[in-house]
Design a protein around this ligand. Structure first.
Ligand SMILES: C[S@@+](CC[C@H](N)C(=O)[O-])C[C@H]1O[C@@H](n2cnc3c(N)ncnc32)[C@H](O)[C@@H]1O
Length: 199
């Protein structure tokens, strides 16, 4: 029996606008690591258009099964089976990567895990390689919309470690880890796509 296919309406809404940005970033052949793949809708949508890259989905141990339905149904030659990767783990089970992508993870992870995500990627990406981080962020302590403010309150009421991240904090952390912000794209629904390059 085919695995169940969890569905995210947000992924359906945002996948094409994200693709229109990342097609200009992941331009060279190579392997792109996706952190926190979730349902797999992003993975198959991006890989089906970016046939020059190999897409490597990943998620926390126990969560990789969520993406199997979408990945197996799409049967794309350039999507690898999802890896079990917790960013907080000491060593990551990956070899060579040429870029990285993650959507809607920074506000779910603990701050320590966000740090670990950047530190781990800094170890695996060479100079000039991109990390694209998508999601909602606040600027100067101010949310970019009422809906983001409400979403932030909702996250924090669910678990105190979650919450929309402040851009100044994130950039300080990214720079310490060895990245510089190349671009901060405004995206639909009050989200952003940050393009960070390994120094
Ligand atoms: C809100 S979901 C986003 C899923 C998908 N990227 C999307 O945009 O719909 C957050 C994802 O982050 C993953 N995640 C949370 N903590 C993680 C960690 N420490 N290491 C790797 N992934 C993590 C979760 O398992 C989940 O797949």
């Amino acid at each position: 029996m085919a695995p169940e296919k969890p569905f995210s309406q947000a992924c359906e809404n945002n996948k094409q606008p994200i693709l229109e940005r990342i097609r200009h970033i992941f331009t060279s052949p190579g392997t792109i690591l996706e952190i926190g793949t979730g349902t797999g809708q992003h993975a198959v949508h991006f890989a089906s258009s970016l046939s020059h890259v190999v897409w490597q989905p990943s998620d926390r141990p126990g969560a990789t099964g969520f993406s199997l339905g979408w990945i197996e149904d799409a049967a794309l030659p350039n999507v690898l089976p999802p890896l079990e990767l917790d960013v907080a783990s000491e060593s990551w089970p990956i070899n060579c990567i040429d870029g990285a992508f993650s959507a809607n993870t920074a506000h779910i992870m603990t701050w320590e895990e966000v740090k670990a995500m950047f530190t781990g990627l800094a170890k695996h990406l060479d100079k000039g390689m991109p990390f694209c981080l998508y999601g909602p962020f606040s600027y100067g302590g101010i949310h970019t919309s009422d809906s983001n403010r409400q979403f932030d309150q909702h996250l924090r009421s669910q678990a105190p470690h979650m919450g929309i991240r402040e851009m100044d904090d994130l950039l300080e952390l990214a720079e310490r880890a060895g990245f510089r912000l190349e671009n901060d794209h405004q995206m639909p629904a009050n989200n952003r796509l940050l393009v960070l390059l390994k120094l």
